[in-house]
Design a binder for this molecule. Structure first.
Ligand code: GLY
Ligand code: MN
Ligand code: MN
Length: 478
């Protein structure tokens, strides 16, 4: 009898263990012990469910981690996870991972699943050198995945289990990896991805499709949790710009302003910059994505600062242009005020139902009209000589996130008109090397829009007043 009870208890415990494995608690806190405000497993679970519901019958989708990339010799660039794994799993720190989502039940241990993750195995030696790993059990328990295996099982599982035993269930395979991320990489995952891609394409009756458009569609409207992350990135970035504006003075170097901003991003919890900081003074203010930042900034020049932090995977994108000496010259102010007027008119176009192009069209109208009045162009259609980029792009996990056609509540994008008059332009010399961009983050709401970076002043008087103050970049360092 006693042994029967023991047996019963034993079976019950092992049943519970199985149940626990296949039905993880997705109300778990985020996986990291250090960043409790990361999006929780329930958010990622919901994203997987939404993606699964978009997949056609008889299909699977495979998403890959980013690869490590060599910077020089045995030093890698700082690892940044792929957007697909961030969005669908919340795996931040680990490379060498993948996720299969399936329209049919895939076998896993003694049960079945529509989601199966592949992660690095636990390895005491590697973990001593490069950091802790979740391992498959940790991926299930901490990320709330139904099923997980080691990454070395991906290829055999795909080709020897799914595509042999379950071939009748699979007509289509969606693959999600930005090809350019792997093209120049010879990392472990890049090799695996290339092999899987080639092997899949040998079966001519299998339809291979890019999964990125599906993810792109999902990522256009932001979940409230994502809006919170973007707002945190933006708040950190506003604080960073304020310090940079206050710190700026003649004879400082462009990189000093970048350093001030990047310190504040990190101080406020951002893990990275969302893109390399663009700080260009004088002749560099007219280079749209100048990120060399080595020039000494001189009295009388403008400096364009396009700098944004990345908070728990989410980007922001903010630009201010200021006079290095704290006072706009008459020509600088004329161009600045024109860009400001264009930005105001463009922001007024940000409301649900409007076309994504509407803010740009308005900015173009204002700038073309203004340049004509200032005598900088003789024909309105020549505005492109000085305003050569679009006014808006979506922002989310990428600083250039998938764009939309029609605006709707929950979308986040930039409004960033600019005028860039390079030396040698066909106009009076007094305009040369004036480059001005103003860039703010806009969230479309039910009734209109909210400027997420509104706390950062834009008017010339406000900028000049701020520049009378000192910032952290003015603290002498021995
Ligand atoms: N910071 C890059 C951009 O404004 O698009
Ligand atoms: Mn931008
Ligand atoms: Mn920008």
């Amino acid at each position: 009898m006693k042994s029967l009870i023991c047996l019963f208890l034993f079976s019950l415990t092992s049943l519970c263990a199985v149940a626990q494995r296949v039905m993880p608690n997705i109300d778990l806190p985020p996986e990291s012990p250090y960043d409790p405000d990361r999006p929780p497993p329930s958010f990622h679970k919901q994203n997987r469910e939404r993606l699964l519901s978009m997949l056609p019958d008889s299909s699977i989708a495979i998403f890959f981690a980013n690869d490590l990339k060599v910077r020089n010799n045995d030093v890698d660039f700082l690892f940044r996870q792929s957007n697909s794994l961030l969005y669908l799993t919340g795996l931040y720190e680990e490379p060498n991972a993948a996720l299969i989502l399936s329209k049919f039940q895939m076998p896993f241990r003694n049960t079945a699943t529509t989601e199966l993750m592949f992660v690095q195995p636990r390895n005491a030696l590697m973990e001593t050198w490069t950091g802790r790993r979740l391992g498959p059990e940790g991926a299930m328990q901490k990320l709330g995945l139904n099923a997980a295996m080691v990454i070395d099982s991906l290829r055999p599982y795909l080709f020897e289990t799914l595509l042999k035993t379950y071939r009748a269930n699979i007509k289509r395979v969606f693959l999600s990896y930005p090809a350019k991320d792997y093209a120049d990489s010879d990392g472990d995952l890049a090799r695996l991805v290339k092999t899987i891609d080639e092997e899949l394409r040998k079966d001519k009756s299998l339809i291979i499709q890019n999964a990125s458009p599906l993810l792109g569609q999902l990522r256009q409207v932001k979940h409230p949790i994502e809006i919170e992350m973007i707002q945190k990135a933006t708040d950190a970035t506003v604080a960073a710009h304020l310090e940079a504006i206050k710190s700026c003075e003649p004879n400082m170097y462009e990189y000093e302003l970048a350093a001030v901003a990047e310190y504040v991003f990190k101080k406020k919890g951002c893990e990275y910059t969302a893109y390399p900081s663009i700080v260009g003074a004088g002749e560099n203010s007219v280079i749209l994505h100048y990120n060399t930042t080595r020039k000494k900034m001189l009295d009388g020049e403008l400096v364009l600062m396009d700098m944004g932090g990345e908070y728990h995977g989410y980007a922001t994108d903010v630009t201010r242009t200021i006079p290095v000496n704290g006072k706009f010259s008459p020509e600088q102010k004329l161009i600045y005020d024109l860009v400001l007027a264009a930005q105001d008119s463009a922001i007024a176009q940000c409301k649900p139902g409007n076309s994504f192009r509407a803010p740009h069209q308005k900015a173009v109208e204002v700038i073309a009209e203004g340049l004509l009045k200032l005598g900088l162009i003789q024909d309105k259609s020549d505005y492109r000589r000085y305003f050569m980029h679009g006014t808006s792009h979506s922002v989310g996990l990428d600083v250039h996130d998938p764009n939309m056609a029609i605006l709707q509540a929950g979308q986040v994008f930039t409004v960033e008109p600019g005028i860039y008059i390079a030396e040698g332009s066909p106009c009076e010399r007094k305009w040369w090397n004036i480059g001005v961009r103003l860039e703010d983050m806009v969230l479309v709401t039910e009734n209109g829009a909210r400027v997420m970076s509104a706390a950062l002043p834009r008017k010339t008087e406000e900028i000049e007043a701020l520049m009378n103050e000192k910032g952290i970049g003015n603290i002498p360092i021995k």
